[in-house]
Design a protein around this ligand. Sequence first.
Ligand SMILES: C[S@@+](CC[C@H](N)C(=O)[O-])C[C@H]1O[C@@H](n2cnc3c(N)ncnc32)[C@H](O)[C@@H]1O
Length: 210
Amino acid sequence: MNKTGDVPQFWEEKYQSGKAYWDLGGPTPVFEELAAGLNNGRVCIIGSGRGYDAIVFAKRGLEVTIVDFAPSAIEAAEREARKAGVTIIARQMDLFYLPGEYSDEFDYVIEQTCFCAIDPGRRREYENVVWRILKTGGKLIGLWFPIDKNHSSEGPPWSVSVAEIKRLFGKRWELEREEFPELSIKPRKGREKLMIFRKLPSLDHFPDWS
Ligand SMILES: C[S@@+](CC[C@H](N)C(=O)[O-])C[C@H]1O[C@@H](n2cnc3c(N)ncnc32)[C@H](O)[C@@H]1O
């Protein structure tokens, strides 16, 4: 399996050579609409890229942390935040190292084309990280993409299936919302699905019952 996407150099080269084809060049309309309904809490955008959505959430009064291991992405996000006059916390690091520092920290985690960027063999690890950094009751707000890609084709982006996501987030999460958003950008219409999962309380203290 091709694991090149698991190292920052792979993504850094894409940013530097103008091949960041996933980059919307501005905020994501679906997240803009969701952000309009929020006005406080802590949000973490994982695999944030240039972090346009960070500015949207920060302007709503949320405390925003972005995480990406590509230096160019983080620098661009910091520049944009300065221009917009908002404060964000920018972490240039591997998201798989987050939990130790950030356990039970966030009310929201935002996912957009980060999951499909990561080697599929690490999907359980991804679920684990997100579960650990969210507070109980916190939400994973994901635009899951590309759900139309053939399972056997190479990535990144690696294919994502709705059934797999539901299985992965089936045990200690509640699926709160699921839809094909009206506001998906044209090239992703019907190819991405909004699914919001709520972190359930841990059953660690009831070992005989879990
Ligand atoms: C396809 S891009 C999407 C960027 C952004 N979410 C967007 O929609 O524009 C994937 C991003 O995830 C970052 N990434 C991939 N694996 C990562 C990891 N293990 N830790 C931190 N960032 C990671 C890459 O550097 C890249 O910026």
